[in-house]
Design a protein around this ligand. Structure first.
Ligand SMILES: Nc1ncnc2c1ncn2[C@@H]1O[C@H](COP(=O)(O)OP(=O)(O)OP(=O)(O)O)[C@@H](O)[C@H]1O
Ligand SMILES: [Mg+2]
Length: 388
């Protein structure tokens, strides 16, 4: 039985914990607040600020885990290199966790070192250098803090007048002490996908059927599997995903994000862990969902194949207000709907746009993915979260 130090205990960590507990592993769930979703199920729970390296060190020392499994980006990942030196296993690797928390590290690796096609990009450290960068790459373009997630601090520049606003906004949304931003060409894509990729300790790299998704305010609203796409484009994306995950090293599930436009497929970014859009696999669209795959890869259990068993969709249930005691209305309707399932994450409090739950819909392989997705979306929009 392995001891897993899970750094981040949200809805993704909760499903990972369920997968781990099903096969008898020990999980320590860590988050910045008590009673987080995974903490409600884990063997032990700890509340620390994971950007505090000393607090992280203390937990590693206390539990001496077999595996350190990050679930979020906002961690003092520099410490991971030290843990590896001490003989700990970081999932997928210290390098992967550290590179992906900074857009500069991962983008330069992908575009310059590995030669993957990405949107044209520059970096800027002030409103003046942003202005120069914008004139070099042209408008429209997208500005993002180097350290941020869920679209925080991200905006699109359409005219000169937007430049200063974009700079100010990026500084408000930046995590930590880094003020540098990336500015990249706006890709007028036809669709975007997440390609869940599984790297194994021994065994070949496997790919899940592609997942389509729609984003609003930098967070996903619906995801569906499979995304309809040309096989040649999918193959190209798979090759890119194999390259970047190999360069970052280690085993686990990765969510590799791509844009697909008239000029082909662009690598965007990746998560070295299960991806939020990959929660669609909780509709049992595959022989193993992304959390089960991650767990097996972490533990070094061989995964012989990933098969698609159904088509499916997920749609997020978002809160609309602040509450210390969220109550869910409209769940009966979801429960009564055939070929439908749902999750309520059990987050202790709500705030506007906080993701609180999920509607999952599915059909057999001959079903219509657009209809399945529409159904999830409609059902999710009928749920109201009120303050109890
Ligand atoms: N260059 C671009 N051109 C067009 N759309 C973009 C571009 N960059 C980002 N987007 C849109 O914004 C979304 C979020 O961007 P990105 O994934 O880079 O940020 P993020 O904050 O890391 O998001 P998350 O952490 O939720 O994955 C993308 O999924 C895409 O829909
Ligand atoms: Mg993203």
């Amino acid at each position: 039985m392995a001891t897993i130090l899970l750094l981040g205990s949200g809805e993704l960590g909760k499903e990972f914990t369920i997968a781990a507990k099903r096969i008898g592993q020990t999980v320590i769930a860590v988050d910045s607040y008590p009673n987080a979703p995974a903490a409600q199920l884990a063997d032990f729970a700890e509340t620390i600020n994971m950007l505090d390296g000393n607090a992280l060190d203390a937990l590693v020392e206390k539990y001496k885990p077999d595996y350190i499994v990050p679930e979020i980006e906002a961690i003092r990942t520099e410490r991971f290199y030290e843990y590896e030196k001490q003989g700990y296993t970081v999932i997928p690797s210290a390098k992967a966790a550290n590179f992906t928390m900074n857009r500069k590290a991962i983008r330069d690796l992908a575009a310059k070192e590995l030669g993957l096609k990405t949107a044209d990009y520059r970096y800027a450290t002030s409103v003046e250098s942003l202005s120069r960068a914008v004139s070099e790459i042209g408008m429209p373009c997208v500005v993002k803090p180097l350290m941020s997630s869920s679209g925080k601090g991200q905006s699109t520049i359409k005219s000169e007048a937007d430049i200063e606003k974009a700079w100010v906004y990026s500084q408000e949304g930046s995590r930590g002490d880094v003020s540098e931003v990336i500015v990249e060409t706006f890709v007028d894509f036809n669709y975007e996908i997440t390609l869940l990729t599984v790297t194994q300790r021994s065994g070949i790299t496997l790919f899940c059927p592609p997942i389509g998704h729609r984003q609003e305010r930098g967070d996903y609203m619906e995801s569906w599997q499979p995304a309809t796409m040309e096989n040649s484009i999918l193959k190209e994306a798979q090759q890119m995903a194999a390259k970047v995950t190999e360069a970052l090293t280690g085993c686990g599930v990765w969510g590799v994000e791509f844009f697909v436009g008239e000029n082909g497929v662009y690598f965007s970014e990746l998560s070295p862990r299960p991806h939020d859009t990959g929660m669609v696999t909780l509709a049992n669209t595959q022989n193993f969902n992304e959390f089960e795959l991650h767990l097996r890869a972490v533990l070094g259990f061989p995964i012989s194949e990933i098969t698609q068993e159904r088509i499916g969709a997920s749609a997020v249930i978002l809160a609309t207000e602040n509450s210390e005691k969220p109550i869910y209305e409209g769940i009966e309707k979801i429960a009564a709907s055939p070929k439908t399932d749902f999750r309520i994450f059990g987050k202790p409090t709500s705030r506007p746009f906080r993701r609180m739950g999920l509607v999952l819909t599915y059909d057999n392989l001959e079903g219509n993915i657009v209809e399945v997705t529409e159904k999830a979306k409609t059902l999710a929009s009928d749920v109201k979260i009120i303050s109890g």
